[in-house]
Design a protein around this ligand. Sequence first.
Ligand code: 13P
Length: 263
Amino acid sequence: MPRKSARNKQNRPVIITGNWKMYKTIEEAAQFVEALTPLIKQSPLSAYLSVPFTAIHSTAELVKKLDAPIVIGAQNMHDASEGAFTGEIAAKMLKDAGAEFVILGHSERRHIFHESNSFINRKVKKAIAEDLQPILCIGETLEQRESGKVEETLKSQLLESLKEISAKDLEKVVIAYEPVWAIGTGKVANADDAEKAHLFCRKVIAEKWSQEDAAVIPILYGGSVKPDNAGALLAEPDIDGLLVGGASLSPENFSQIINSFKV
Ligand code: 13P
């Protein structure tokens, strides 16, 4: 099936991505894809799924076989083409396995594995060069929010992670705003606060690149997205999609989130 890609009122593509993190075996991933496929057939969207490395190839093959409206991606990669980097994975390998996109700079990578903006910047460039769509994650911690540093944090993460990216290459990038305090905590940013942060990111893009670039870049929200808050988040003018952790592990919950987008 050709990839379904609906646009919102702002004419930006709507992207709803599951991030499975370190969950699901190959068999569990296959069961999920088989269960999800009929549940989203009425949706104008394709579901994006960032699966563990081990399940990329099998799920990508299954999606082809089922002709399912699902796009398979990865959760991380290294910026080198290849080399002596024990335990790492290259963009070319992800493509080879069937991934079409990759999440980069997730807060768990930044905080648990100490990834810097400059490392993430090299990864974004590599993903673009290898034709893997990068979903660049940014977001403030609770401490940064409480000390009034939300905008400062988002601005530096955006500018440093997207350093020296041309306007042409920026067209291939998707941004995900994921406030760290909302991830896995059940505390969702209210739709107003999320909208404000998205608007601010667009302003940073407009200042560094152009108004036109800022108007077309998709910005997703992530952090405790559930079936009962997805609709309100997607109704905000600057929220172009969702990055869903825990609720993407169940086909029922994830399909309800996808089906909450209506053209
Ligand atoms: P939760 O939806 O579990 O809060 O996770 C969000 C996230 O980190 C998605 O990348």
